[in-house]
Design a protein around this ligand. Structure first.
Ligand SMILES: C/C(=C\CNc1ncnc2c1ncn2[C@@H]1O[C@H](COP(=O)(O)O)[C@@H](O)[C@H]1O)CO
Length: 252
């Protein structure tokens, strides 16, 4: 109750809403709980950007909360379309297994194809097999070999998780999604947003032409530096890719 020395007449008791104190005509006759539970108004607000910001925040909170104690991890990218009979699938399994044997958790996009292969290898080797899935217009779901799975609505939140919790990347043959992930990693290193990421391209046949073009056209025209090409190691040898990750994690 307030009746201060300034002579303000008696009025209703002060109202507190968290850190806010309200008096007089500013007092709200309803409580926060009432407004939450009684509201039956239009639901347009769920489609507004401020509300989306909260969903985005929630996705970051879930991701950070789930992955913060993952330990050393390597991200594996590669085609969603790689069939189990494709030699790249067996290579993905071998990679997943050997990364686990080297002490890493394996983080993939959690989808089919090369992602499934790497998760399978990691899981069968008794390691931590992570899938960072993405909501897509068609139902895809996490593959059966993912032990820790998070399905993201937002691509950029998922990408943050890949980059934050992986100490390096191995890139199996892939298409547009794989190229997007590879070039994001390269750009982050080039712009020093992250200081070092070892990046192994597995599959000389698949990736050789891209590197030739980058060397010939991009470096030739001066749109990249020679050092930018040194960020990637091209190999067919799974052991070499794993050693690259191990050496970098010892140095780092
Ligand atoms: C195409 C099909 C399913 C797609 N499901 C995916 N689930 C999770 N992550 C995916 C999916 N598709 C692409 N990705 C990400 O991009 C990379 C592969 O893309 P690409 O275009 O196939 O090279 C991969 O590393 C994922 O992170 C049904 O077959």
């Amino acid at each position: 109750m307030s009746s201060g020395a300034s002579g303000r007449p008696d009025q209703q008791p002060d109202q507190y809403k968290g850190p806010v104190r309200l008096r007089g005509r500013s007092i709200d006759p309803s409580t926060t709980d009432q407004r939450l539970l009684d509201s039956r108004g239009p639901a347009d607000w769920v489609h507004t950007d401020p509300w989306r910001v909260l969903r985005i925040q929630a996705e970051f909170v879930e991701g950070f909360g789930q992955l913060s104690e993952l330990g050393a991890a390597v991200g594996v990218f590669g085609s969603a379309r790689t069939r189990p009979e494709d030699p790249a699938y067996a290579q993905g399994e071998e990679l997943g297994r050997k990364l686990v044997e080297a002490g890493f958790a394996v983080v993939t996009g959690g989808g089919p194809g090369a992602m499934e292969a790497a998760n399978k290898g990691a899981c069968e080797a008794g390691g931590t097999s992570v899938g960072l899935g993405i909501e897509l217009p068609f139902e895809a779901g996490l593959n059966d070999w993912v032990d820790i799975g998070i399905n993201f609505r937002y691509f950029f939140v998922r990408k943050t998780m890949f980059v934050k919790y992986s100490q390096g990347f191995v890139v199996l043959p892939g298409g547009l999604g794989t190229l997007d992930e590879l070039f994001e990693a390269l750009t982050l290193v080039q712009t020093r947003k992250v200081t070092r990421f070892p990046i192994a391209l597995l599959g000389v046949d698949h990736w050789g032409g891209l590197l030739d073009w980058m060397r010939g056209t991009l470096l030739g025209r001066g749109t990249i530096s020679a050092g930018d090409l040194d960020m990637m190691t091209l190999t067919d040898d799974v052991d070499e890719a794993v050693s690259l990750m191990v050496d970098a994690s010892r140095e780092g």
